[in-house]
Design a protein around this ligand. Structure first.
Ligand code: BT5
Length: 326
């Protein structure tokens, strides 16, 4: 209800009468007043102007569920948002919520993630209040072998939003890193739960360094933030709302074709690895080659030194020049 009140006031640029809000949402004036008091305590500057009604003059830089939900204009993505002041990992929380049956498009965000997870047991650092740690629950109508492509769909959405909001030269390091100036600004972790032949749910976790100024020494040379790269602080809610919006658009295309065929050229446009020399850390034997771009299934096509082509669908690819890898 709070998000609906917020949405009505936010969208009414010329003001909205309290009585109209109460009628629209079928709530009492006392209930509305209570919500208004909560919003004021959270830092919203909302005033009643004679003849115009309630108007919002400013809003705080917060990522509460009401703030995000009141701004969503999507069909299904981010319609339900769970906010955690502090949590271990939003992916863990989202997995729990998915197991409880929460719907496709449900989001978990947190202010402070204390044991964020990367891939292959690695960890993810999320300095408090300065970054985005969020996870999205999906219930894809595709077979389990297609789920890994969702990472690429999310990377595309994040890259688009970062490029649009900041004018930076944004790149994607296949498959899951968004990089700026050869440093990592975002990581994505996709986890799936499936039965034979059928996905139960997928959780896509996104970590973005937004207003971070200092990183722990272990990652100081390889990580960057939107603040460091642009010199400006950015509203986390603006970024979250935009990413969920772009993601919904790209995801619906992915689900209708069951591959990334319609997104290949967009993705390759961001691909840091394109035409770059890469070392493929294949458990069956490492090799070096030139990355050509992705195929319709999100695999990286690599031309080996002997001229033959391979498709890389799992394992690690390191790129010369990125993160100081050689
Ligand atoms: C990733 O793994 O990049 C996936 C990160 C996903 C994080 C999100 S946050 C919300 C959700 N909840 C979670 O628990 N996780 C997801 P990987 O490609 O394995 O990269 C991990 C490596 O990135 C680490 O070993 C560090 O070297 C580096 N790293 C850690 N924190 C970083 C940061 N804030 N910025 C840049 N690099 C970082």
């Amino acid at each position: 209800m709070k998000s609906e009140v917020l949405r009505l006031i936010r969208n009414a640029k010329d003001g909205i009468m309290p009585v109209d809000i109460c009628r629209e949402l079928n709530i009492s004036r006392a209930a509305l007043n209570q919500v208004l008091r909560q919003l004021e305590a959270e830092g919203y500057d909302i005033d009643e102007v004679e003849g115009k009604g309630l108007m919002m003059y400013s809003y705080p830089e917060i990522i509460s569920s009401a703030e995000i939900m009141s701004r969503m204009e999507t069909k299904w993505c981010g319609k339900q948002v769970y906010y955690r002041k502090e949590t271990g990992s939003t992916n863990e929380d989202a997995i729990e919520l998915a197991e409880e049956g929460k719907e496709h498009g449900t989001v978990v965000v947190t202010e402070l993630q204390t044991s964020g997870r990367g891939r292959l047991g690695r960890s993810w650092e999320s300095p408090k209040g300065e970054c985005i740690a969020m996870s999205l629950i999906l219930r894809p109508n595709v077979s389990p072998d297609k789920a890994s492509m969702i990472t690429l769909v999310m990377a595309l959405a994040v890259a688009d939003v970062c490029a649009k909001l900041t004018d930076m030269d944004v790149k994607i390091k296949w498959p899951n890193d968004v990089v700026v100036n050869k440093k990592k600004v975002c990581g994505i972790l996709t986890q799936m739960s499936s039965k034979p032949g059928k996905i139960d749910h997928v959780v896509v976790g996104v970590g973005i360094n937004v207003n971070v100024n200092n990183f722990p020494p272990e990652i100081a040379d390889t990580a960057t933030s939107l603040l460091i790269e642009t010199g400006n602080r950015h509203g986390r809610a603006d970024i979250i709302v935009a990413i969920l919006d772009y993601f919904e658009y790209y995801y619906d295309i992915f689900e209708s074709t069951e591959d990334v065929s319609c997104l290949v050229s967009l993705y390759d446009g961001y691909l840091a690895n394109k035409d770059a020399e890469v070392r493929v850390l294949d458990p069956k034997g490492e090799y070096t080659g030139t990355a050509q771009g992705i195929n319709d299934f999100g695999e990286l096509i690599v031309q080996k030194e002997d001229g033959s082509f391979t498709r890389v669908s799992s394992g690690e690819v390191s790129v010369r020049g990125l993160y100081g890898y050689v």
